[in-house]
Design a binder for this molecule. Sequence first.
Ligand code: GLA
Length: 729
Amino acid sequence: MHHGDDAAVHLRAAGVSLVIDLEAAVPRVLHWGADLGDDPETDAALRLTSTPAILNNAPDVPRAFTVWPTEHDGWSGTPAQSGHAAGTATTPRPRLADAQVEWDASGGGRIRIRLHDEVTGLDADADYALDRFGVLTVSLSVERPAGVDDGARYDLDGLRALLPVPARATDLLDFTGKWVRERSPQRGPLREGSHVRRARRGKPGHDSPFLLALGTAGFGFGHGEVWATHLAYSGDGEYLAERLPESAGALRSVLGAGELLRAGEVRLAPGERYDAPPVVFVYAAAGLDEVSHRLHQRLRARATHPSAPRPLTLNTWEAVYFDHDLPRLAALVERAVEVGVERLVLDDGWFRHRRSDRAGLGDWYIDEGVWPDGLSPLVDLVRGAGMQFGLWFEPEMINPDSDLARAHPDWILGPSQGAGVTARNQQVLDIARPEAWDYLLERVSSIVAAYDIDYLKWDHNRDLLEAVARRPDGDRPAVRAQTLALYRLIDELRRRHPGLEIETCSGGGGRVDLGILERTDRIWASDCNDPVERSRIERWTRTIVPPELIGSHLGDARSHTTSRVTDLSFRLITALTAHAGIEADLTTADAAQLAAITAWAELYREVRPLVHAGRVVNADLPDEQTQLSGIVAQDGSRALYTWSRLASSAEGQSGRIPLPGLDPRSRYTIRVRAELGEATRREVADPIWVAAATGAELELPGSVLATAGLPLPALDPQQAMLFDVRRVS
Ligand code: GLA
C-alpha cells in the first residue's frame, strides 16, 4: 500500500520493496531489495538516511543514484543514456516532469516517471512495475517532441536500466557457453570497475549472460541475498555490474542491462520514439531458487502460458536427419505410437532443395521430389494415431543456393559491397523489408493452414555479422529492426492461428530470453542430449525458464554431439523433469529398450502435473559432480527429486543431504522410483534407508528429510535416481 511520506513511493510485493524518492529533481532509487515493512515512517526515514558523506576531492553535493544516472548528478559510471545530436548534446540533464503511481490490488504497482531534458530536447519515460511475485520490470523510453524536421537527428547510443545494490552483494554470477554447452555459469568477486557482457550476435547467443546476479558472499540456490537482472529481448544486449570507489548514492554497486545499439541504429527525428526492451530485476532473500520461483510464477500467470498437458514429443532430427523418406518415417511413427508419444515434429529437410544443410533455406514449399503427395500422407498417419503434428522452420535465414536468393539477392542482409561470410552455409534474410516479411508470413501461414499444424519448431542457426540492411538512405544497422520484425511475424502468425504452439530454437539454446518467451511455448535448451551435459544445461536454464517450457529429449546411447555413451536409465531420468521428448530412431530400439521407454512415457504422464506446475529447488552441494534437484508441488503435498552423479569425485560419501523445499514440521513418505532402471553404484551396500524406500514407502519426519538430511547412495558416474516424496501430515 501507499503510505507515509508522499515524497517517496514505496512499492511492496512478495517480500520485495522498491522505494523511489520523487522529491528530487531527478527521482532517486532509495531501495530495491528486501521488504521494508509497512511502518508509515519508513519512507521518510529512508530519505533522511539516503544521503552519504560528501567525500574529499569530489563534487560538493551529496551523491545520489537517480532513475536516470548522468554526470550532472555526479555519476562517473556508465550513464543511463548516451547519444548525441550531430556531435552535440552529449551530456543529458533530465528533470522530473511528472510522476504517476498505480497501485495494484493484488500487490505491487507501477511508478511512471516522465522526464524532460533541456540539453537533448528529449522527453523520457521510466516505468517501474513491481508485480505480485516481486519481479520488477523497468521500461525506459525516449521521445523527441514533434516539431519542424530540419533534418537533424538525435543519435541514441544506449539506454540502460540501472539499479543500485548494497555493498554486501560481493559475488557475481553470470553465464557463458557455446553450441551444445549453453548456460555455463561463471562466478567471481565483483571488483571495482565495470563487468560488462555484450551480446553482439543479433541474438543473446549461446554465450548469453542470461542472468547477471550479484549476491552476498557464497550465495547459492537456497541461501544468500541475490539481486539479479535479465534483458527480456532477443537482439543485441548489454549486461552490466559496476562499482566505483565513490559508490552509487548511499548504495555501493550498480546492476543493469539494456539493448546494445550500433552506431546510427537509432536516429530520432521529431515525433520519433525509442522504447527500450524491458529489463527484469529480481531480488531474493534466500538464494537463486527464490529468483527462479518468482520468475516462474510470473511466467505461469500469463494468459498465454500453455495450460494443456505438455505432450510427449518425438523430434525427427537425430532419428533421420535429412533422410526424409515416407516408409522410414511411417515406421518411426508406428514405434512412437507404441511407446506413447503424443506429438511428432518433422525437423529440417522437408522443403525444396533441402537435401543437406547447404541449400534450400528460404524455399518454404514442400519438396515435390521427397514428398510427391505433400506432407498429407505423413500428417494423416500422425493424426490417425492420435498425435499432434509439428514442423520445423528457419524463417529468418536464407541459403545463397536457393530459389529465393536467386530471385531476390537484395533480400540478403549485408552491406552494399556484398554479403559477408556464410555460417552453416547460410545468410540472414532482411526480414524488416516488407516484401520479405510478407513472403515469410504467407509461406509459413499457408503451410500451417494447409496441414492444420499444431506446432512449429522455429530455428535460427547463425549469428548475425555485418547485419546492415540496404535502404534508400544507405546501409543501416539492422539488428533492432530484425528483432522487432521477428516479433511482429510471430505475433501475426499466432493471431492467425490461435492454437499454434511455437518452440524457439537457435542451434539449440542460442536464443533463450523472456522476450522470445512472450511469444513462444517451449525452448530447445541445447542440441546436446548427452545427459551429463544436459543436466547442467537444464539446471541453469531453469533459473529463468520453468520446466514445462524446456524441451528435453531422450537421445541415442552414444551422444551425437559429444560421443559420450550413457545408460538408458540415466538418459530417461534426465529427460523426465521438463517438457519431455525423444530425439532418436526408435525403429532401431530392441524390445527391452522400447519397454523402458514406454514405462518412462507412463511415468512422464504421471508426474507432469507436478513437474509442470511445481517449484524448482536445488540442493547446494560441495561436490560439483553431483546434483540433487527437485520439483515441489506448490501446496507442498508432493515432491520429485533427482539425485545424479555426473562424474567421479574424490569424496566417498555424500554426507547427509537435506531435501530442499520440504517443511520440517510435516511428515512424509519417500519412495525410490526404479521403473526407469536401477542406477549402478560404487559401494558395498546402500544407506540402510534406501532398501526400506524401494518398492515401498518409508515414512520419515520432515525434520529428518528437510533439516538433518539423508545420506545418499554412492552412484557410479553418469547415473541418477528418482525419489518420490509425499506429505502424510
Ligand atoms: C539446429 C537445431 C537442431 C535441428 C537442426 C536442423 O541445429 O538446433 O535441433 O533442428 O538445426 O538443421
